[in-house]
Design a protein around this ligand. Structure first.
Ligand code: SF4
Length: 370
């Protein structure tokens, strides 16, 4: 398996909590596509196999016009051939979804939509500085269905001060009513580069306690499970047969090529990244150079820690037989201690974090690092 990720570094405004690399779309998108086509030509040989998944993320991929999307897909097709794709996902924002755009996304070859809904309440959406209302999100979902998309993922956010128990149950209930195939759910965090980060530094925002967030997470797990969704990763829930293939490959440490400023790549041994700098990216590629960025060759300990960190995000956990034997010996006392506390389940050579402890998985995994 190998995947391609394209980072679309444009938004038409910025959400309160977001620190993803993105710029205002005005005027730069055509230059970015030209540079991206050049990057595709330079990196044709990065994956040694035809890609099986494609993911357009951002930023806001749904901002791309018809001409821009066609140009991007043509460049990807000529660089990599997209005939072996098993999944092609595009992230969309509800306010961009029209019948025309939905038809275009299908025609361009996308069979999966990931839509950021985040909440089903206009006051909270306004506070988050989202560009859509709850009603628009519902309308967008139905428009996607009418266009024939039968694999839709909706994103929700919990763990912020404006959310209380009833409003969270309302959000979860609205998602369940829409019955998407997949749900991703993230805890809002205070990122230093975000507007929320500035508010927190100025003393104008305080996060809810971890106990409150843990209770919201547990409600989510319970309600989605009751509605027939199976949790397969810390933040992801799917109906049978609809796990996200692209993201699942990240957790299995399969190779992927990331294109665009701010994108990361992995060839199975080393990690690479493009600098999050659109102007520098366009200038370098136009001058016949590689996109500015860096790389890191992973040590045996880095690989071991990544295997734990990524594998233990998933409900199946990981097979310790695939880990470095010497490092595993070093981690064994910590593994046994975690199992004794109920933080890990040991099944033959497999280890996994039980669903009830996934909320604190970061601390559980960090204690095993070598
Ligand atoms: S959350 Fe999405 S739409 Fe909002 S600023 Fe971040 S990348 Fe842009």
């Amino acid at each position: 398996m190998a995947g391609i990720y394209v980072h679309i570094p444009f938004c038409s405004s910025f959400c309160l909590y977001c620190d993803f690399y993105s710029e205002l779309a005005a005027g730069k998108m055509d230059g970015w596509i030209e540079a991206l086509s050049l990057e595709i030509s330079r990196r044709k040989g990065f994956l040694h196999t035809a890609p099986s998944t494609l993911y357009l993320g951002g930023g806001t991929p749904s901002l791309l016009s018809e001409a821009q999307l066609r140009r991007l897909m043509a460049a990807l097709r000529s660089g990599f051939g997209l005939g072996a794709l098993e999944e092609a996902t595009i992230e969309v924002n509800p306010d961009d979804v029209t019948a025309g755009k939905a038809a275009l996304w299908r025609e361009a070859g996308f069979d999966r939509i990931s839509m950021g809904v985040q909440a089903f309440d206009d006051d909270r959406l306004r506070w988050m500085r989202r560009r859509h209302s709850a009603r628009e999100a519902v309308r967008a979902f139905h428009t996607l269905r009418e266009a024939g998309f039968d694999n839709i993922s909706l994103d929700l956010i919990f763990g912020y001060a404006m959310l209380d128990r009833d409003s969270w149950l309302h959000d979860i209930g609205e998602v369940i009513k829409l019955a998407p195939e997949h749900v991703s759910c993230y805890q809002m965090s205070i990122e230093p580069g975000s507007a929320l980060g500035e508010m927190a530094s100025a003393g104008r925002y305080a996060e809810p306690s971890q106990e409150v967030c843990a209770a919201e997470y547990s409600m989510l797990q319970q309600r989605l499970s009751d509605a027939g969704y199976r949790q397969y990763e810390i933040s992801n829930f799917a109906r049978e047969g609809f796990r996200a293939r692209h993201n699942s490959a990240y957790w299995r440490r399969e190779p992927y090529l990331g294109l665009g400023p701010g994108a990361h790549s992995f060839d199975g041994e080393s990690r690479y990244w493009n600098e999050a700098d659109l102007d520098g990216y366009i200038a370098a590629l136009r001058s016949g150079e590689d996109a500015p960025g860096g790389s890191e060759t992973l040590s045996a300990a880095d690989v071991f820690n990544e295997q734990l960190m990524l594998g233990l995000r998933t409900i199946e956990g990981l097979d310790t037989a695939a880990l470095d034997g010497g490092l595993l010996c070093g981690a064994q006392p910590a593994i046994e201690k975690a199992a004794g506390r109920g933080d890990l389940i040991l099944e033959g050579t497999r280890i996994r974090i039980p669903a009830g402890r996934l909320f604190v998985s970061d601390a559980i995994v960090a204690a095993l690092f070598q």
